[in-house]
Design a binder for this molecule. Structure first.
Ligand code: F3S
Length: 389
């Protein structure tokens, strides 16, 4: 790879050992993927934040680093709400270890917005180069915003945050953003719920694998796009998708879908994910809720009271910006937690069957929480968790 004189200095250890080691990580990645240079990034989003997933080894590695990030960098959800972990029933020993992980990231200058939806408060524009690692955030940034990021591993994203650059390969290059297959959705409901798009993603991700899909026949709103991408990133390894007439690259590049494999999808195939049954908790907010989603939840909860745990997850920033709505939601007995989610928090492990309105959560809850999962629309989730006052 071609290095600038400044990068040569960093590599030679002129700016400290950690920066040299982090640059080595980026160069190794660049070599594997055929990058010819590093490019500046606007922001980084770093996974590997929950003690449940990184454990003691990851914590020790973080503690060994001695540098600060040089671009805005955000942490992925951790294993608990940093203020309300006791209310979640998180074990104090886990909370102590989790706090150590958080402090290790804070020491590096990583912002403690522990969320998979940093795009709700961090200005991110079309064409921005990023180094984001949480798969749903990557899919949203590439597909809905039109920014450019590969699906980074946690260490790669942290290295990019510290150096302020990432190797230029993969989805940073326009030529690699063309679609590989077409999903032709034949009978999408005109008023499809966000959960329906999550279920479409659950189905499509298994077929797409790591290919770039181009959707025809759907018109998802922004939260629907978020749910669609998150699920495809979970059941497949999709990091970018296009929706005809909706997503920015689908409008700007003259995509020629002729000659691509066309996969017809029916609403019946999508709806197969929705199987009714008893549950002992309901979890909403995968990916973390938007302000609009919180408003819809508050509306559905009017005149109802939670009868089983109803946990809703959103970023601190979205909660702060929608404080009145959150108070309304919590008046029903539901809880709106920040910093964490139903997949990365060990607090969900005590439930045996969890209902979700997310294709991604439906894919991960069984393996990550050891619980059975049921999927439903937002309205079904609220109706299941509550009864009329
Ligand atoms: Fe976000 Fe957790 Fe889902 S990190 S995308 S809420 S699994």
């Amino acid at each position: 790879m071609d290095l600038t004189p400044e990068e040569e200095t960093v590599l030679a250890g002129g700016e400290g050992e950690t920066r040299a080691r982090m640059l080595e990580v980026l160069l190794a990645l660049g070599k594997v993927f055929g990058a010819d240079r590093l490019i500046p990034i606007r922001s980084a989003q770093i996974s590997g934040a929950s003690y449940k997933t990184i454990g003691e080894y990851g914590l020790e590695w973080l503690r060994s680093l001695d540098a600060r990030v040089s671009v805005p960098a955000f942490l992925n959800p951790v294993g608990m709400d940093r203020d309300r972990w006791q209310e979640m029933g998180v074990d104090p020993a886990f909370a102590r270890d989790q706090q150590d992980v958080i402090e290790a990231y804070a020491r590096l200058g990583v912002r403690l917005s522990c969320t998979c939806t940093p795009y709700y408060f961090m200005q991110t524009d079309y064409g921005d180069h990023l180094a984001w690692s949480e798969s749903s955030a990557v899919c949203f940034a590439n597909s809905v915003i039109g920014a450019r990021t590969n699906r980074e591993g946690g260490p790669g994203a942290l290295a990019a945050a510290i150096i302020g650059k990432t190797p230029c390969y993969g989805l940073h290059l326009v030529g690699n953003r063309r679609p590989h297959l077409v999903f032709r959705v034949e009978d999408a409901p005109p008023d499809a719920d966000t959960a329906w798009y999550g279920a479409l993603g659950y189905h499509a991700g298994k077929i797409a694998g790591n290919r770039i899909p181009f959707f025809q026949g759907i018109r998802p709103p922004r939260d629907g796009l978020k749910a669609l991408g998150a699920a495809m990133a979970a059941t497949g390894a999709v990091a970018l998708f296009h929706v005809e007439g909706i997503t920015p690259d689908a409008r700007i590049f003259p995509f020629d879908t002729a000659g691509l494999e066309v996969v017809p999808v029916t609403s019946a195939e999508v709806s197969a994910l929705f199987v009714p049954g008893e549950v002992d908790a309901v979890a909403i907010g995968c990916p973390h809720c938007s302000g609009d989603e919180l408003s819809r939840i508050a509306g559905l909860l009017a005149g109802r009271q939670a009868r089983i745990p109803l946990w809703i997850f959103a970023s601190r920033e979205v909660i702060a910006a929608n404080r009145e709505t959150v108070t309304q939601i919590e008046g029903s007995g539901a809880r709106v937690f920040a910093d964490t989610c139903m997949v990365v928090s060990p607090a969900m492990d005590r439930f045996s069957t969890i209902m979700v309105n997310s294709g991604k959560a439906a894919a991960y809850v069984p393996t990550m929480c050891g619980a059975a999962v049921r999927a439903g629309t937002l309205a079904e989730c609220i109706a299941t968790a509550t009864s009329p006052v």
